[in-house]
Design a protein around this ligand. Structure first.
Ligand SMILES: Cc1cc2nc3c(=O)[nH]c(=O)nc-3n(C[C@H](O)[C@H](O)[C@H](O)COP(=O)(O)OP(=O)(O)OC[C@H]3O[C@@H](n4cnc5c(N)ncnc54)[C@H](O)[C@@H]3O)c2cc1C
Length: 475
């Protein structure tokens, strides 16, 4: 008989959290800490969503999205998780760029970028200062009409080398483009520039294991392999429960960490929302997806320090189309050394590229496998520039595509960063449409990535808590 992953679950909870991405995990933890009864439902066999890892024979372990996040993660983890988690966050100091326009290494903070843009690119100090001040002063309530392209034109007209330095990492990080609102760029870029790029020492598995232990201490009922099929909504538009693995479980509130569009159109059903809201939700654009190649060296093999994050491109100039193209010439390499995962004496490289779902979605199986293999081969060829003996040293190598991301997280089209910016307004309006229905997770680049997802989970769980205290108060 199939195992019952809901065995012993209660018939009613204060809150059901759908999905265990970083926003879902954080919400579940905060709400349980506040004394609410919380059921966390995750369809996958592992918690973490995109913040995940996998193991392969031979003792290999690969992180999927542990490439770098801003320093703010330390404060958020200390406040909403544990000191143990916060204390494991360390800076990555070796950020490299290698492209036809420039070759440089940086600590990726304001001071070092100012040095590079003034001394190497010859831009006056005053201009650089004004740009950083403008980016840092941007906030969510500012004019959203100005695009990132216009922001760069204002400060660095005609300087596609400077634009590349400033924009390429952010595009790699979250798929944003020059046409996205300047405030989204300004906020994310300034977050990084305050102190540089950080990582979790010990790997994603350690982080998620520690988060799970903390949730258990706070009483969250955690269920894996539990796919929510339906959000149940009463005729007076209030959430009353979920259907999960064929079983109904009642609840007073729902915090969905599933993709925003999946939450509205698949789980809740558009008949439960105003037509104008449905129209707005329909027009929300999804973000692009990713391909990755995971490369592990044989035990005992190593390479010289190549930096931690390396933005490699053979393309002249910054070009979003080229970054998304299947004819990859631009990649981000994450190099993992034994010090990244103490106790695990292995060298690993993960190569990430932005990708479009449609380029992979409908390939017949044999062609799909062949194209994945071509991606692996192309990546190894490229990596040889930095790790000359990689082909002799490699023990395990495999690729993932937008199909992989869709399969594991149910994000429509494998979107690595949920939706574009307009998704945020729709996400925030959900409880005005259906009482007790909330969403937190990747929407817009501010609320995406590890830090954005955690922080959005915090904001929304506070709203959920207020609603549970006074469910009939106006939203
Ligand atoms: C290749 C790649 C590299 C990245 N690199 C970085 C990086 O270096 N730095 C950074 O800050 N960010 C990075 N990110 C982004 C970051 O990982 C995500 O933005 C963040 O982890 C998303 O968290 P989330 O809370 O939105 O939920 P998600 O991670 O999207 O998780 C949603 C969860 O909901 C579950 N779910 C969905 N539907 C259901 C259902 N019906 N029932 C039950 N469960 C369901 C899914 O299985 C999943 O676990 C990267 C992402 C990718 C793909």
């Amino acid at each position: 008989m199939a195992k019952d992953f809901l065995k012993g679950a209660r018939d009613h909870y204060d809150v059901v959290v759908i999905g265990s991405g970083l926003a879902g995990l954080t919400s579940a933890n905060i709400l349980a800490r506040a004394g609410r009864s919380v059921l966390l439902l995750e369809h996958h066999y592992q918690l973490g969503g995109m913040a995940t890892w996998f193991k392969r024979a031979g003792g290999h372990i690969f992180d999927i999205s542990l490439h770098g996040f801003p320093v703010g993660m330390i404060k958020s983890c200390r406040k909403y998780w544990t000191s143990e988690i916060a204390d494991s966050i360390v800076q990555l100091k070796g950020i490299r760029f290698e492209n036809p326009q420039f070759s440089l290494k940086t600590t990726f903070d304001r001071e070092d970028f100012t040095r590079i843009i003034t001394s190497q690119f010859g831009v006056p100090q005053e201009t650089v200062s004004k740009f950083f001040d403008a980016a840092r002063s941007m906030n969510f309530y500012d004019d959203q009409g100005k695009t990132t392209r216009q922001l760069f034109e204002q400060f660095f007209p005609g300087r596609d080398d400077v634009v590349r330095l400033l924009m390429e990492p952010i595009t790699y990080a979250n798929g944003s483009t020059l046409e996205d609102p300047a405030i989204t760029y300004g906020i994310v870029f300034s977050n990084f520039m305050s102190k540089g790029v950080f990582t979790f020492e010990g790997g994603t598995d350690t982080l998620v294991t520690q988060m799970k232990a903390e949730m258990e201490r706070n009483g969250v009922d955690i269920r894996i392999r539990s796919a929510v099929e339906k959000i149940e909504i009463s005729s007076d538009r209030r959430v009353t429960g979920v259907v999960v693995n064929g079983r109904r479980i009642g609840c007073s509130a729902i915090m969905s960490n599933a993709n925003l569009k999946q939450t509205i159109f698949e789980l809740a059903g558009q008949e439960n929302f105003d037509p104008s809201f449905v129209e707005e939700a329909n027009s929300v654009r999804l973000n692009t997806s990713s391909c990755q190649v995971y490369i592990a060296l044989k035990p005992g093999e190593s390479f010289d320090n190549c930096g931690d994050l390396l933005f490699h491109s053979e393309h002249r100039g910054f070009d979003v189309e080229a970054l998304l193209s299947k004819q990859v010439s631009s990649r981000t390499f994450s190099f993992y050394y034994p010090y990244t995962r103490p106790g695990h004496e292995r060298y690993v490289v993960v190569s990430s590229t932005n990708a479009r779902f449609e380029d992979w979605a409908n390939l017949p199986e044999d062609q799909y496998q062949a194209e994945k293999q071509a991606l692996v081969e192309g990546t190894l060829d490229c990596l040889q520039k930095y790790v000359p003996n990689i082909r002799q040293q490699v023990d395990h190598c495999e690729a993932s595509t937008p199909r992989t991301f869709q399969h594991y997280t149910k994000h429509w089209r494998g979107a690595s960063f949920g939706t574009k910016f307009e998704g945020l307004a729709v996400s925030k309006k959900l409880p005005e449409q259906v009482r007790g229905l909330y969403h937190a997770g990747s929407v817009g680049i501010i609320m995406s990535g590890w830090l954005g997802a955690v922080n959005y989970g915090v904001i929304v769980s506070n709203d959920v808590d207020k609603y549970l205290t006074a469910p009939f108060a106006a939203n």
